[in-house]
Write a protein that binds this ligand. Sequence first.
Ligand SMILES: C[S@@+](CC[C@H](N)C(=O)[O-])C[C@H]1O[C@@H](n2cnc3c(N)ncnc32)[C@H](O)[C@@H]1O
Length: 303
Amino acid sequence: MTQERKPQTIRELLPVASAWLAERGVQEARLDTELLLAHVLELSRMQLYMDHDRPLIQDELERFRALMRRRGERREPVAYLIGERGFCGLDLEVGPGVLIPRPETEHLVEVGCEELGRLAIARGAAIARGARAETLRAADVGTGSGCVALALLDRVDDLRVWATDRSAAALAIARRNAERCEAGERLLLGQADLLAPAAPSSLDLIVSNPPYVLESEDPLLSPEVRDHEPRSALFDADGLPLTQRLVEQAARALRPQGALAIETGFDKAPLVEGFFQRAGFVEVRRVEDLGGIERIVVGRKAG
Ligand SMILES: C[S@@+](CC[C@H](N)C(=O)[O-])C[C@H]1O[C@@H](n2cnc3c(N)ncnc32)[C@H](O)[C@@H]1O
């Protein structure tokens, strides 16, 4: 009698393991399998293919299987299992307690950079007329992992960012990401309720990806999001009172001509645009993401 041999090399393991994940309803089963295997073997995904006849030792197999069970049976997000997620070219630490940065939030960084570019030109012109040179100041409200603040600092040289969050767990991760990215004194992290401690007319740019999922939308969430990501990072009440309060605070905290950019849910941009209008913002517009969804509302303070 011949006994069936268990897969032992990368090449043998990948199809069997990813089929197992797919059977359990995991959407990107092959990608997740590759990420988990690469993590266990401390290789890149590319190296998995270059070294595909490499056999796994028992300890590696056991660690891989344990992660696969957590992914397939408990539906833990792959980013939490490997402890990392890429965002705007930065490799950031993530873990339970912090929202996993989403690709659509990269648009918030782009919009923030555009607004900073406009403000830098206006400031350059003012300096030419004799005004004092000043570093641009931004705030990232509800910073989570610090992804938006750190991406802005990575792209814009003469900038300081104040990043706030109510969650101490999120701020601990943001602090470690700040060290990873060598943000130094350009990033100030602080625990706060939205922008409550901000001085009036002190900021040039405010960006935020606040919680915007409604309780009624809970059934639409995947198990990865619903069962593992922090509810305080996801949910706001009907009518988005948190976003409304943020817009009102931002109207006070911004300097004249300063900009506010807020990410929101797929059908909520008109509601958020109304908050901007009522708070007196001008040149208010909605920005679509790559999927054609109005994802960001941006406006300027008159002045
Ligand atoms: C949707 S997450 C965004 C995290 C990160 N900026 C990103 O884009 O991945 C919202 C964040 O806002 C924080 N938050 C919720 N309510 C807050 C409040 N009242 N004041 C400050 N931060 C708050 C949550 O802790 C969470 O980290």
